[in-house]
Design a protein around this ligand. Structure first.
Ligand SMILES: O=P([O-])([O-])O[C@@H]1[C@H](O)[C@H](O)[C@@H](O)[C@H](O)[C@H]1O
Ligand SMILES: [Mg+2]
Ligand SMILES: [Mg+2]
Length: 280
C-alpha cells in the first residue's frame, strides 16, 4: 500500500534543505539578536524568517494541515496538538550556537497525526547531514541507516545533556546535581552540542549512549524522538514513566538499561507544560 504521508515527508526534506541554505547564508551576515522569555533565551530574524518560509510552503501544498512552530508560539499562537495532521517546527534549533557561530545548528520538522509522530526530519545545516525517520521504516542520515550504540554499561558511555536557558537558581542546582551524579558514576564523558535535535541524532547515530534534558519544548524533540526510536533507541520521562512530548522533559537512550540507569541519577523538576492553557 502506498504511504499516504510520503509526499509530506518529501516536502519536509526539501524545505528543511532550503531552510538550511538560508541559515548558512545568514551565518555570513551580521545577526541582530533579540530575546524572548529572558536575556539568555535568544531569537533572531532568521529564526522567524525560516519558520515563515516553512509554514508558507507547507500551506501551499497541504492547506488543511496545522502547525506548531516555536516562533509562532512565542508570538502568541496556541501550542495545541490535535488529531489533525500537524507540522511541529523548530526553525533553528541551536539559536545560541547560531548567534555565536558555534557550528551545530539544525532545522527540525516533526509531523504528527492522531498524536503519533509519522515522520521526523532534522537537518544539521553546517554538517550538511539530513536525518530522517518514517514511523516503522527506520532512521537514516543522508540515506544511510542509523543504529543506536549497543553499549549497555553506563561506565563505558558518553551522555549528552544541556543547560538550556533556565537560570532559576533552584533549577540550576538540580541540573548541576544531576550532572554531578552522572559524571561520578563515572561515565566516560558528558557532552553538549547546544541543540536538542542534534543531541538526539547523536544518540540515533550511536555516538552517545543517551541524552536527557529538562526544559526542552515539543518542537525541540518531536522529530528527534522518532529518529531515536526508529534507530532502535528508547524514550522515557526523567522520572522513568512514559515520555510526554509536551512535558518539557526527556530521556532518549540507546537502551532501556541505560535510560533507567540515568533516571536514577536525575533530580527531576517540573515546568509549565507546552500545552498549558494559561501559558499564552
Ligand atoms: O531555542 P532553540 O535553540 O530552538 O532550542 C534550544 C536548544 O535545543 C538547546 O540545546 C536546549 O538546551 C534548549 O532547551 C532548547 O530550547
Ligand atoms: Mg530548539
Ligand atoms: Mg529554535
Amino acid at each position: 500500500m502506498a504511504d499516504i504521508w510520503q509526499s509530506a515527508m518529501d516536502h519536509a526534506v526539501a524545505i528543511a534543505r532550503k531552510a538550511g541554505e538560508v541559515v548558512r547564508e545568514a551565518l555570513r551576515d551580521d545577526r541582530k539578536v533579540m530575546t524572548k522569555s529572558s536575556s539568555v533565551d535568544l531569537v533572531t530574524q532568521t529564526d522567524q524568517r525560516v519558520e515563515q518560509l516553512i509554514i508558507q510552503s507547507v500551506k501551499e501544498k497541504f492547506p488543511t494541515h496545522k502547525f506548531i512552530g516555536e516562533e509562532s508560539v512565542a508570538a502568541g499562537e496556541a501550542c495545541d496538538l490535535t488529531d489533525s495532521p500537524t507540522w511541529i517546527i523548530d526553525p533553528i534549533d541551536g539559536t545560541t550556537n547560531f548567534v555565536h557561530s558555534f557550528p551545530f545548528v539544525a532545522v527540525s520538522i516533526g509531523f504528527s497525526v492522531n498524536n503519533q509522530t509519522e515522520f521526523g526530519v532534522v537537518y544539521s545545516c553546517l554538517e550538511d547531514k539530513m536525518f530522517t525517520a518514517r514511523r516503522g521504516k527506520g532512521a537514516f542520515c543522508n540515506g544511510e541507516p542509523l543504529q543506536v550504540s549497543d553499549q549497555e554499561d553506563i561506565k563505558q558511555s558518553i551522555i549528552a545533556t544541556e543547560f538550556g536557558s533556565n537560570r532559576d537558581p533552584e533549577a540550576v542546582d538540580k541540573i548541576f546535581s544531576s550532572l554531578r551524579n552522572i559524571l561520578c558514576i563515572p561515565v566516560h564523558g558528558v557532552r553538549s552540542a547546544g541543540t536538542a535535535a542534534i543531541n538526539m541524532c547523536l544518540v540515533a547515530s550511536g555516538c552517545v549512549e543517551a541524552y536527557y534534558e529538562i526544559g526542552i519544548h515539543v518542537w525541540d524533540v518531536a522529530a528527534g524522538s522518532l529518529i531515536v526510536s526508529e534507530a532502535g533507541g528508547v524514550l522515557m520521562d526523567v522520572e522513568g514513566g512514559e515520555v510526554d512530548l509536551m512535558s518539557r522533559r526527556i530521556v532518549a537512550a540507546n537502551s532501556r538499561t541505560i535510560a533507567e540507569r540515568i533516571v536514577k541519577e536525575i533530580e527531576s523538576f517540573s515546568l509549565p507544560r507546552d500545552d498549558a492553557p494559561t501559558k499564552h
